[in-house]
Design a protein around this ligand. Structure first.
Ligand SMILES: [Zn+2]
Length: 275
């Protein structure tokens, strides 16, 4: 890369005063240039830093779950990380409400129809969708924070993924408890959920933040349809929810997580593509 953003432009950018079209080229360049991000993160005086945080505060103020952030701080999470976690867009009420509604619906369906198929089919998609949504460029008010933040793209990705997974898995786990008649079978969504999320993330640097999770989700639906078609009348569960299916899901999770670790640098270099 031969061209870099001028330092005075970086300062203006940090203060939120850089105007288009310079702003656009700085945005694009910063997304792809770790060097300039480092200058941006390290080169300012405390006044500039404060102004940037203030601006973010104002943007994130309204729907930010302050008690959640305080809880994280009390648990010993670093202030910076707690702020990022608390500002993860999908942890907002709208996403959690959607998850709760889907869960409630599928629990009711399961109880009425004495079958957990719909519940087990839908729930693995929830964390996948949540992680994908937290990288939607439009939906992400913390994108600016990912620029001012000294955190690397991959670390930020992991922090958010863990946050989304924890929220989705906790809610789904609670929903599973509402299906006592189905025993442990009501929890066989867990490994497919982890496999889907890890696969979606591992494919993201290559396929982009929309196609990768869409492909993982589509693959899951296709797999379920095939399993349904191949189901014998005597079978209690679809193939992915049998012991063999669970083993495969665990294997896919491990593979995708390993791949994700190997390609972690690509998230730092192409923040623009995966944000
Ligand atoms: Zn640069």
């Amino acid at each position: 890369m031969s061209w870099h953003v001028a330092e005075e432009d970086l300062r203006a950018y940090a203060r939120g005063e850089l105007q288009p079209p310079l702003l656009w080229s700085a945005d694009t360049h910063l997304a792809g240039c770790a060097e300039c991000r480092a200058v941006l993160a390290s080169g300012w005086d405390s006044g500039v830093l404060e102004a940037a945080w203030e601006r973010l505060d104002a943007e994130l103020d309204a729907p930010r779950p302050r008690p959640f952030e305080r809880l994280l701080l009390r648990l010993g999470v670093a202030g910076h990380t707690a702020r990022l976690l608390a500002a993860t867009p999908v942890l907002r009420r709208s996403w959690l409400t959607a998850v709760a509604l889907v869960l409630a619906m599928s629990v009711l369906t399961a109880r009425a129809g004495h079958s957990t198929t719909l519940f087990l089919a839908l729930t693995p998609l929830l964390p996948l969708a949540g992680v994908a949504l937290s990288y939607g460029p439009v939906a992400d008010p913390t994108y600016e924070m990912t620029v001012v933040s000294p955190l690397h793209g991959f670390r930020l990705l992991m922090i958010r993924t863990v946050a989304v997974l924890a929220a989705a898995l906790a809610l789904t786990g609670l929903a599973g408890l509402a299906l006592p008649g189905f025993g442990l079978g009501a929890f066989t969504w867990l490994l497919p959920a982890l496999a889907l999320t890890a696969t979606g993330l591992a494919l993201t640097p290559r396929l982009g933040p929309v196609t990768a999770p869409a492909l993982a989700g589509g693959g899951w639906v296709a797999l379920l349809l095939v399993a349904e078609a191949a189901r014998n009348p005597g079978d209690h569960a679809l193939a992915p929810f049998t012991a063999t299916g669970q083993g495969v899901a665990a294997g896919v999770t491990a593979l995708a997580a390993g791949l994700l670790f190997l390609i972690r640098d690509r998230f730092d270099q192409s923040t623009g593509g995966v944000r």
